[in-house]
Design a protein around this ligand. Sequence first.
Ligand SMILES: [Zn+2]
Length: 136
Amino acid sequence: MFTKLRKWIFNICSECERPAKVSRRGHRLCYDHVRASIDESMREFEIAGVDAFFYRNNAGRLAESLADVRIFKSKAELVQSLGESFNESESELIPEINESTVHIKFYTYDNRIGWPTHKVTIDNYGLVGFTNKLPE
Ligand SMILES: [Zn+2]
């Protein structure tokens, strides 16, 4: 058995004994346990009758991208958040961001985390991130 501290030092999943891949809200988790925690949240939303989905930035490695995964309840909410992050980034070139320039389309099934992965793209800009669902 690993103590919590040993797990932290050796980067081991806090729910099992495998190597951790993702650091999320102070917990280090393997992909299976990240997936389990995402699945659990999705079930809670379904029970509550909320049409929610997860969004992760296109940030190089999957682990880094999952550390900052966010929940949205509609495409409109995601579009608003994308607009805000572009404004905060102080980019000199900001694409036009609204419901008709942001597109969400099925891309591939990601076995690592069990996401039916959808690409999020902005016209005249390109890929910004991925969702685990096509919002209604
Ligand atoms: Zn684990």
